[in-house]
Design a protein around this ligand. Sequence first.
Ligand code: H91
Length: 684
Amino acid sequence: MPVERTEHRGAPELHKYYEVYETIGSGGFAKVKLGRHILTGEKVAIKIMNKKDLGNDLPRVKVEIDAMKNLSHQHICRLYHVIETSTQIFMVLEYCPGGELFDYIIAKDRLSEQETRVFFRQIVSALAYVHSQGYAHRDLKPENLLIDEDHNLKLIDFGLCAKPKGGLGYELMTCCGSPAYAAPELIQGKAYIGSEADVWSMGVLLFALLCGYLPFDDDNCVVLYRKISRGRYDNPQWLSPGSTLLLNQMMQVDPKRRLTVRQLLDHPWVMRDYNSPVEWCSRKPLYHIDEDCITEMAVNMKRSRESTTALVKEWKYDQTTATYLLLLSKKHKGKPVRLWPEPAVCDDSPLHQGLQTRGTLHFTDDEDAIIVGSLDFCSDYIDDCPWVSPQYTPQRVRGRPDEVKNKETRYVSPSLDKRHACSPIAERGKTTTPHHQRRREKDQEQAAENKENIAEDKGLEIFALPPPRTPASTKKSSRPNKNVLTTPNQNANSNVNKPTVATPKVGGDSAPKEQYKKKAAESKESANMEILAFSPERRSRSLDMAVVEDSGKKKRTGKMFGSLERGLDKVITMLTPSKRRAHRGGPRKIKAQYNVTLTSQTNPDQVLNQILSILPTKNIDFTQKGYTLKCQTWGDFGKVTLAFELEVCMLQRPEVVGVRRQRLKGDSWLYKHLVEDILATSSI
Ligand code: H91
């Protein structure tokens, strides 16, 4: 059976060490997939780039890789491994299940001053460190800050960063970054100091956190540039005098009058509730080698501790680096510092072999996939973003279809793994010794305790559900004007003036964070309850919620790292036609979280048709697969400006239709406005 070709096919080096799952996002010429490092069992994000597609952007990737190798900080996404083939580059990165800060902001409309402060201190911490290492980031925006499983921020995308040879005090010339966040001196083409430009962007970012929209915004670039150059923006009335002052000090047109990051560290606004300056030093310095990790690796590699240490210290960003850093990360999370003690299959050293008896998908040279273990969501693996894949020829659907179509075009067939002929599926399972099995089971139990359920991790559980949307945003509207949607929402942040954060412990940045985590959980519960109480009118506009698929449906919620043996059975079952057909009948059943807009309707086909009739009026191209619409908008030069998915789905409680949305490509704010517009005009 044919399967869709994916970019990482024919990258044995990657599949040797990682299980590769579904696409979780894309950025520029990169596609990001969820993966698992086989030896440690840790989840990772794999950024996949095709050298051919990169073209002139290839140097940017090199810049990013070099920077990320040098930067090791609690608020910077960690690079673990770089794999380069003749055609592709894979960057294996720290996995941040919370997704982008941008989505978090728009799901909540805007953040309270207290929550903003928690995040802002982390941003200041990351930037102070980046600058201390001689770099300027130059592309600071909420899309480039990810939320990890502990609700901490991690800075990403160092492709535009600069390290002036003579130090950060030296001027730069290249104008880069996102215009809305760019400093006046940068857009005017003047020479500028990277760190000063970063402070401006941090000001714009701070404004976006506190307000939920941008201080300088316009569809017309010339007008936007003029607004930025003047540096004038409106302060909404809900901003406290302290916030207004700080924003003003950061968004000073004259860079010399702007605050410096050093000044931000102990700024009164930043210190409020903490009474301590931001800690910016790295808590993860690479020069400190962890003995526990070395011991575990030495045992696994059958090497001495000394030679293992020497190997780690080479920092080659290979399997050794990845194994060490991921073991260290396990240790920091309180998990056992343990590697999977797999028996060697084809090689003496499992560390260098990486091939495991557990679930993984391997591809043979003739492009057929073979399933070698447990994956509850292996169908997700092939469920890629079609337009990113050059081989995919979508059937473009225009206008209003009469019926819901469901074309299942991709299929994974179990076949013999030719490449690893020495370890066919069944035998692999058996090669595990009882000792290994026991240890693995124990680890799996522990992993389960540690909430290793992938469905929970996919950015779904750690988020606070948004507070009920304010009348301004819940109101049905057919206004196509994006400005209306970005109009400052006067009431959204009801807790701005009601501080809920007690004075934290001195000396830590995470002090009020704990309370936010708690609040997040509470808010999630209360928001879930609240849906029931919403009027249909309010429900339809109310929640931007993410999706957890109905646990009854196996697709995404199965414990990915559960029993191998059971998993193998499931894979086979899952691929049987009957099971797939069962899925075909109607829309997916999901649990409402965020990234899902609830409607007041109960008929999914009606909702789908309403959306389908609106898309052409907004010049949105789309391909339809069942209840999922993969949408695209095009720019003047035939380039895709936005790509996103809308999926009509059924919610359980209340039993109404929801629309899940996911941005895949393009400007986040544009996407926010457009999707809100589609949903508002669809009168659902
Ligand atoms: N944007 C700028 O969508 C548009 C979950 C998710 C989880 C991730 C870890 C690392 C990266 C992305 C992750 C991620 C790009 C990562 C790191 C670096 C980098 C890039 C990605 C998107 C791409 C997908 C991202 C979010 C940002 C998700 N993503 N969901 N862990 O350069 Cl250093 Cl491109």
